[in-house]
Design a protein around this ligand. Structure first.
Ligand code: PAF
Length: 288
């Protein structure tokens, strides 16, 4: 596996890859890799010739400085995992390399309402930071396909919008969420849960399934989201949202009426447990 620390060197290398007619698959990450990330690498390997994985804890997408400071860093283990699944290239840039202009850039992407609902409501500025770094990484890697996980559904939709805004020819492939045996969505933040909280954490997925199971039961279906909040509170979670949404024109809108058959319907939950913020979602009907 090749390791690049400087974007200029990676760019040069990838120019040769492209010239040789090979396609490039790209998996951007912030490290602390788990099987969810590795499933993205596998998908990239199946669909493209050369797979690049970036590891960069992006400071501009953390609205909470404490979250940035506490973000788990496990570079040695990450490199081993990437090697074990035969990743071709790992890119490990420094902050100065990615942000030569400084962190307070004046670029702004118009993501519309998608930026201010769900995660955006609780993490102001987060998606501008994601857009900024993904744009930079895409400029460097210029992949034919970009692989991201459905666990961060809103992020996937933001990136889909970004690709349109910047007229990119890169195709976004959204891969299914990888789960622990008890249903908890794999996440780099899970390692910060105490053993007791880790046991409880599966309740989020259970509530998402309860919402899904009430689908088709008219208004009860909408109420199931309020119930999910109550159930999570009763178990010691501090929920930020439990919402049922429909995908419309590449954005998510609250579903405030019974769904029709042609709608893509999703449920999404964010909740704090043991000082750790957990998010998850489930597709109730349709395909992304
Ligand atoms: O999902 C992540 O790990 C990050 O938001 C991403 C896409 C790598 C951008 O920093």
């Amino acid at each position: 596996m090749y390791q690049f620390k400087r974007s200029i060197d990676l760019k040069k290398h990838l120019e040769l890859v492209r010239k040789s007619g090979k396609t490039i698959g790209f998996v951007p990450t912030m490290g602390a890799l788990h099987n969810g990330h590795l499933s993205l690498i596998q998908a990239a390997k199946q669909n493209t010739d050369v797979v690049v994985c970036s590891i960069f804890v992006n400071p501009t997408q953390f609205n909470d400085p404490k979250d940035y400071e506490k973000y788990p860093i496990t570079i040695e283990a990450d490199i081993k995992k990437l090697n074990d699944v035969s990743t071709d290239i790992v890119f490990l840039p420094a902050v100065d390399d990615m942000y030569p202009e400084g962190l307070d850039g004046n670029i702004h992407y118009d993501f519309g309402d998608l930026e201010t609902i769900l995660e955006g409501k609780f993490r102001p500025g987060h998606f501008q930071g994601v857009g900024r770094i993904v744009h930079k990484l895409l400029d460097i890697v210029q992949p034919s396909k970009l692989f991201m996980g459905q666990k961060d559904l809103q992020q996937c939709l933001i990136v889909r919008k970004l690709l349109k805004i910047i007229h990119s020819s890169t195709e976004l492939i959204v891969c299914p969420t990888e789960r622990e045996p008890d249903g908890l969505a794999m996440s780099s933040r899970n390692v910060r849960l105490s053993p007791a909280a880790r046991k409880k954490a599966t309740a989020i997925y259970q509530e998402l399934n309860a919402i899904k199971n009430s689908f088709g039961k008219g208004l009860l279906f909408m109420e199931s989201a309020y119930e999910a909040v109550d159930h999570l509170k009763a178990q010691g979670f501090d929920p930020e949202y439990a919402d049922i949404l429909a995908l419309k024109d590449d954005t998510l809108v609250p579903l405030d009426q019974p769904a029709t058959d042609d709608m893509v319907v999703v449920a999404a939950i964010a909740a704090w447990l043991d000082g750790v913020r957990l998010i998850d979602n489930i597709i109730i009907q349709g395909k992304l």
